[in-house]
Design a protein around this ligand. Structure first.
Ligand code: 13P
Length: 249
């Protein structure tokens, strides 16, 4: 019933030559059993959407401004992403929280703007290593969920990605039990706030050093509905087996 999603976050990587990777994904997965998403840098969204046109691969942005337009140098709005061909947008990634001082209240406004525009908002959450070690992971996740997810979210336009900061780009991953604990907690928090019907429909992604070699194990964890993949999404060679592992799960 819940859609499963293999999402790639290219971060600040890639140029026009990378479009061949999207083309290869469309060829390798003509009729996938799961949703496939690539979020390239903003400069590539329009070309990526054209490359993926007519295929099962969707294209998304990596951030949007809360306002539809205005005097905000360097920013991109949700309607602009949509016009360029994006259907999703990643919001509140820990790199944006760190690099640009984004807080939960900013993420909430951006998510509202995205959903109002008809984009799927992929809201990212996750604890630091210090927070994990002091035992405050679940409290941190609860607070981020309360702060970042708008009231009255649009069913079908919300995805949550659990990305422990210490697992991003490090090769470290939580144990399946640790991932399961957080994902179960997230599902319960969604249910408590929005009711079972909406909560059951929200895909919960895991992100942080997902690779072809560990994807199947991660996808076996209850309440893991897919992955948000950084480094291993940059080539079809690495991302394709992760998609296949999700299809097989
Ligand atoms: P890595 O897969 O490179 O660890 O990145 C995860 C991530 O931050 C995805 O948004």
């Amino acid at each position: 019933m819940r859609r499963r999603l293999a999402a790639g976050n290219w971060k600040m990587h890639g140029g026009t030559t990378s479009l061949t990777e999207i083309h290869a994904l469309t060829r390798a997965h003509p009729a996938p059993a799961v949703d496939i998403l690539i979020c390239p840098p903003a400069t590539l969204i329009e070309q990526a959407a054209r490359t993926a046109s007519g295929s099962a691969v969707a294209i998304g942005g990596q951030d949007c401004h809360p306002a539809p337009s205005g005097a905000h140098t360097g920013d991109i709005s949700a309607p602009m992403l949509k016009e360029a061909g994006a259907t999703h947008v990643i919001l509140g990634h820990s790199e944006r929280r760190t690099d640009h001082g984004e807080h939960d209240t900013d993420v909430r406004k951006k998510a509202h703007a995205a959903q109002t525009t008809g984009l799927v908002a992929i809201i990212c959450l996750g604890e630091s290593l210090a927070q994990r070690e002091e035992g405050s992971t679940l409290g941190v996740i609860s607070a981020q969920m309360t702060g970042s997810i708008p009231d009255n979210p649009t069913a079908g336009k919300l995805v949550i990605a659990y990305e422990p900061i210490w697992a991003i780009g490090t090769g470290l991953t939580p144990t399946p039990a640790q991932i399961g604990e957080v994902h179960g907690h997230m599902r319960a928090a969604l249910t408590a706030r929005f009711g079972a019907e909406l909560a059951q429909g929200v895909p919960l992604l895991y992100g942080g050093s997902v690779k072809p070699g560990n994807a199947a194990e991660i996808f076996r964890v209850a309440d893991v509905d897919g992955a948000l993949v950084g480094g291993a999404s940059l080539t079809a060679e690495d991302f394709s087996p992760i998609i296949s592992a999700l299809e097989a799960s």
